[in-house]
Write a protein that binds this ligand. Sequence first.
Ligand SMILES: *Cc1c(COP(=O)(O)O)cnc(C)c1O
Length: 382
Amino acid sequence: MIPYGQHSISEEDIAAVVETLRSPRITQGPKIADFEARLAEHCQIEHAVVVSSGTAALHLACLALELGPGDGLWTSPMSFLASANCGLYCGASVDFVDIDPESGNMNPQALHDKLNLSVAENALPKALIPVHFAGTSCDMPRIAELARGKNIKIIEDASHALGASLEGAPVGNCRYSDMTVFSFHPVKSITCGEGGAITTNSSDLASKLRRLREHGMNRNPAAGSEGPWYYEMQSLGFNYRMNDLQAALGLSQMQRLTNFIARRREIAARYRTELADCPLDFLACPANSESAHHLFVIRPRLDEIRMTRRDIFLALQERGIGVQVHYIPIHLQPYYRRLGFARGDFPAAESFYEKVISLPIYPSLSSGDQDQVIKSLREILD
Ligand SMILES: *Cc1c(COP(=O)(O)O)cnc(C)c1O
């Protein structure tokens, strides 16, 4: 089976992890700071804080904004569950902004309309989490402009988008947001096995994030300390630390980030060329944006062919192609339905979901395997 996504581990990666295993510190050692510095450099930003997962990163980002009961968080229904769950972890209420059907990203017009409604009802959200679907940045200038002056904080969920850029600047530089979150799960741009990071230009947010990832503890409290052993807890934190083995792997993977994205770009370009005459559509990517090509999503024109999405999906699977569907809209999950959401709430996300299939894309996908994907899909759609 050719998977839809997979990590690429080199001998250098393995050596980096083994070297750390033999070192005196395997958690919160020197590799954590090195990896954070490397990420900050890549993102052209002041601070990067690494944590145990992308989900932990989202949770801490919400906590650093002091999101809590009575507050609202809006995100995209076309995302992984964690983009919304992070709001619920904090006791906030979660709502969604519908997507642009051409890109799968948060639709600025839908945001505009929803903001106008909530101004009237005095129910503006405290935080907004646009998700860079499939590795292509949302229209951040427009989203930031709509949020401006309304006291809304913006967290970019860039779990798909490490290595992407917008207006020539790397995603993660927070030009249009307060924080950006990344995931280092094995299918993402680079991996730590598990891992996540938050980037920010705010020293205040960065130090809050560092405290919250370690039980809310402060090891260097100001005057009044009782001795060198002294530590104190001022807020309720967690153990969301990344360990040095993960950081060593992430640091080693960062050396190949540019190559990884270049290879993904090549695979995407080849799909676009060789499937150009098939009855299907690709996702849009604006000219001022470079995607990280996390997913390669096709939208078969089901009205032109006598097949359902399920037929196509199963036929690809039968031929050994490990396709996937990204995503079941979050608001349609039973848990979210019990919170009051229903089919019809976000029609663009729902109809997008009905059509999409993700084809295999990852740096080590061989061109022979890609041939097989293309050939199988052409046969099925023929
Ligand atoms: C992967 C992912 C996450 C969660 O990241 P983990 O590292 O798996 O916790 C959050 N949001 C999106 C959009 C993701 O794709």
